[in-house]
Design a protein. Structure first.
Length: 271
């Protein structure tokens, strides 16, 4: 496939010096052990701490949570800007097929390659989100830890295989997280935020999963028509399964959070 050839307006030194080949080699050797160990430690820790905190006073951690959320918000904003510009350029100049099926953005563009790597690493760091939940004795739902664990595995597997469709998922996720973690920062700082903002964020997340399903399906149709696409059959199946499961779980969360209580209140009034 033809390379993208996007010219960035400026390049940081750490982006220019990024060596994709050595990182990918390390990932191929260690991704399975890292994901397995991280998942085991994560699950044992969060449920053990949750049990330990059952009869104890919750930690406040508001300042730490604000700092953590602010850091992830700034990281996501920068990641969205650095990868989104390249995707927009590629889509406009090379078309949908190239944007979905070429992985040269990881192999030939040091800037996007660096931020792709950072995106993958962030899925490991985001496991710490749950630490605040269990230490502050907030409700830990299945959706939360299931999403964190499966995203970690899917993203690391996709990186090892140089899966081309991760470009779309990465830009969408950076963008959604830029908004979401900014919201979390404001909430942690006790800054008044309209309740509708939470509903808007969940709606954007649902739109992300729907788009992800469409993107995966379009890429799959390209392969069925005999076109070359840098996505394995296993990755296609994993992507379809995860996106549909996220869509179902987030839709239920949306209903339970923003409509179920209203429905129950209306039923009580009628009775």
């Amino acid at each position: 496939m033809e390379a993208e050839g996007f010219n960035h307006s400026f390049v940081f030194t750490f982006e220019q010096d990024f060596e994709q080949s050595s990182i990918r080699g390390w990932m191929e050797q260690h991704w399975l052990s890292v994901c397995s160990s991280a998942t085991a430690v994560y699950l044992v820790f969060i449920f053990s701490v949750q049990a330990y905190m059952k009869d104890r006073t919750p930690f406040n951690l508001r300042t730490s949570l604000a700092a953590w959320s602010f850091s992830l918000a700034m990281f996501s904003i920068l990641g969205a800007l650095r990868t989104g510009a390249e995707l927009y350029h590629n889509l406009n100049n090379k078309g949908l097929y190239q944007s979905l099926c070429s992985s040269s953005f990881m192999a030939e563009d040091n800037v996007v390659a660096f931020w792709t790597w950072m995106f993958i690493i962030s899925k490991l760091l985001e496991l710490f989100d749950t630490v605040f939940i269990v230490l502050r004795k907030q409700k830990l739902i299945f959706l939360h830890w299931y999403h964190h664990v499966t995203v970690l595995w899917f993203c690391w597997h996709s990186y090892v295989e140089f899966t081309s469709t991760i470009r779309w998922g990465m830009v969408m996720n950076y963008s959604v997280h830029a908004i979401m973690y900014s919201y979390f920062t404001l909430k942690a700082l006790k800054i008044r935020v309209p309740k509708v903002c939470a509903m808007v964020i969940t709606t954007i997340q649902l739109a992300q999963f729907i788009t992800g399903c469409v993107v995966n399906y379009v890429a799959y149709t390209y392969t069925q028509n005999g076109l070359d696409c840098s996505v394995s059959d296993f990755n296609f199946k994993m992507c379809f399964f995860l996106y549909f499961s996220y869509l179902a779980l987030f839709a239920k969360f949306f209903y339970d959070s923003y409509f179920k209580s209203k429905v129950n209140q209306e039923e009580k009034k009628q009775n």
